[in-house]
Design a protein. Structure first.
Length: 247
């Protein structure tokens, strides 16, 4: 009987300690949750993690922007040029022959102009027959586009079997090439009367110059139409772009 009482007492004590310990444990957990010091310590860590994440995103965004800017930079020397946007968007119509320097104010050559015209108008050879020039080799970088231009009867050469691709092109020569890409029409030569240097226009180029003026593709310069003057690469890109808008 005494043993039974002792066992019962021992069991009661065990249960008491068990329940008391659980209550203390729960109280400790609740206190921890409410402990401002502990909450304050955890908060900065979360804020720092968010800040670091934001900084990482900003860094990645800047790096991506630099990469995209590098991709978009077609030429290194057109910044600030009056035709910068047009040259960049058109990639210069192939005039610079894959060079990173476009040299926008450089006088364009006959070969370069032929390349720009063919690529700007997206012309192809098709079934047309091209003409060979004595001074244009198949290995020349502009040869393929010159062949296409001759097939479309845009260029005819100098008349002695040569094209003279490395010579700078005059405005009246360029206007003639451009006009030949348009539908044939009767030109109104009277529109040339507004230019004080109209007598300088060669007879073979008068109709082409008149068409260019009528189409509002050419406005002239302070000195007049300047038919014998050279054309810069930037001006060539602008002319080809305007012509493409009429096609």
């Amino acid at each position: 009987m005494k043993n039974t009482k002792k066992q019962a007492l021992g069991l009661a004590l065990v249960l008491l300690f068990s329940v008391t310990g659980q209550i203390f444990a729960e109280t400790e957990v609740k206190e921890d949750k409410k402990d401002p010091a502990k909450v304050e310590t955890q908060a900065p860590k979360k804020e720092e993690a968010k800040k670091d994440a934001k900084e990482e995103v900003k860094k990645d965004t800047k790096e991506d922007a630099k990469k995209e800017e590098a991709k978009e930079e077609v030429f290194k020397d057109i910044k600030g040029n009056w035709a910068e946007k047009l040259i960049a968007e058109s990639k210069g119509y192939g005039i610079a022959n894959e060079s990173k320097d476009f040299q926008p104010e450089k006088a364009i050559t006959r070969g370069e102009f032929a390349v720009g015209l063919v690529q700007g108008l997206n012309l192809g050879l098709g079934q047309r027959q091209s003409k060979d020039f004595k001074d244009v080799k198949d290995t020349d970088w502009y040869a393929a586009d010159i062949n296409i231009a001759t097939a479309h009867e845009i260029i005819f050469g100098r008349g002695d079997g040569n094209f003279d691709p490395n010579a700078t092109i005059t405005r009246q020569e360029a206007f003639s090439m451009l006009a030949r890409t348009l539908d044939k029409q009767k030109a109104n030569l009277a529109v040339l009367d507004q230019f004080k240097d109209k007598k300088e226009i060669d007879s073979w180029a008068q109709e082409a110059c008149a068409i260019m003026v009528e189409k509002n593709l050419v406005k002239g310069r302070p000195e007049g139409l300047a038919p014998k003057a050279e054309i810069s690469r930037a001006e060539a890109v602008q002319l080809i772009n305007q012509l493409a808008g009429l096609k």
